[in-house]
Design a protein around this ligand. Structure first.
Ligand SMILES: [Zn+2]
Ligand SMILES: [Zn+2]
Length: 276
């Protein structure tokens, strides 16, 4: 099997089901290097996306904007029309989010942004397949997650994280089918660990350095067993010491200033943060 590398991950939203997917800035280079070319402002190119064994042609577009007027960064998007085979296939695969979007459009509050609770989120995983110019899309539906969550319910949180992010399959029942979330979690964890150079986001230490070891953990800020939230925005890279302390004391994470407050009053911020 060819090797797959995660390009980026995205929570399925209304836009993805109708007209396009914006690629997070941190992943533009990854996308360009996989395609062996980049795009100027206003430039587009066709790309192939494979989903469930079917190939779709869509446009990759670097949105043009007046750089004299606007100072923002590049907006790189995968574009398609509402009636394209790709959009139709996405609505079928992600029927749960699709229904939710439709319901939302019918309500009086439809002008407000649709917020999907973490437990109901569905995910698009984009993988680069080596040796191929196309991108592979692995859909992770809410059904996939809840099915696999049922098998995890009996384990403590830290063990769940270990099972999901580790390379080892030892230590838990081999018969468990954690294919979807395990692959997803592993891929996101790995890309974030690389992003931080195997350093702890809390203390900044690269504890494996002297040993040429890459030991570092991927922690779910809102516990995965509770939130089922596997988006990168809910994952923090921490050293094993900080990880153990977090699970021992259950500090509260303040989203605003990105600090942990411990039950004894101790407050600790992040030494490193590129994605939260
Ligand atoms: Zn640490
Ligand atoms: Zn954890």
């Amino acid at each position: 099997m060819p090797e797959e590398k995660l390009i980026f991950e995205k929570v399925v939203d209304k836009s993805a089901l109708t007209d396009g997917i914006t690629i997070p800035l941190a992943y533009h280079d990854m996308m360009y290097s996989h395609l062996s070319r980049s795009l100027e402002h206003g430039e587009s190119m066709p790309i192939q996306i494979t989903m469930n064994g079917i190939n779709y042609t869509v446009q990759l577009r670097n949105q043009g904007f007046d750089t004299r007027k606007f100072n923002h960064k590049d907006i790189l998007q995968i574009r398609y029309s509402r009636n394209s085979p790709f959009a139709t296939a996405l609505r079928k695969v992600f029927n749960r989010t699709s229904e939710r979007v439709e319901q939302h459009a019918e309500t009086r509050t439809s002008r407000e942004r649709l917020i999907i609770p973490a437990k109901e989120q569905e995910y698009i995983m984009f993988y680069a397949v080596t040796g191929e110019q196309s991108v592979m899309l692995d859909p992770v539906t809410n059904g996939d997650i809840s099915q696999e969550m049922d098998q995890l319910a009996r384990f403590p949180e830290m063990q769940i994280e270990e099972m999901l992010s580790g390379d080892e399959t030892a230590g838990y029942d081999e018969k468990m089918r954690l294919t979807k979330i395990r692959r997803m979690n592993h891929a996101i964890g790995d890309s974030l660990k690389q992003l931080y150079g195997y350093r702890c986001q809390i203390c900044g230490a690269y504890i494996g350095e002297a040993y040429a070891s890459r030991v570092i953990h991927a922690h779910h800020i809102d516990y995965f067993s509770r939130s089922m939230n596997n988006d990168a925005s809910n994952i923090m890279i921490v050293c094993p010491n900080h990880h153990a302390i977090i699970h021992d004391r259950n500090p509260e994470f303040n989203e605003k200033d990105k600090t942990y407050r411990y039950p004894n009053g101790y407050v600790e911020g992040l030494a490193l943060n590129k994605h939260l």
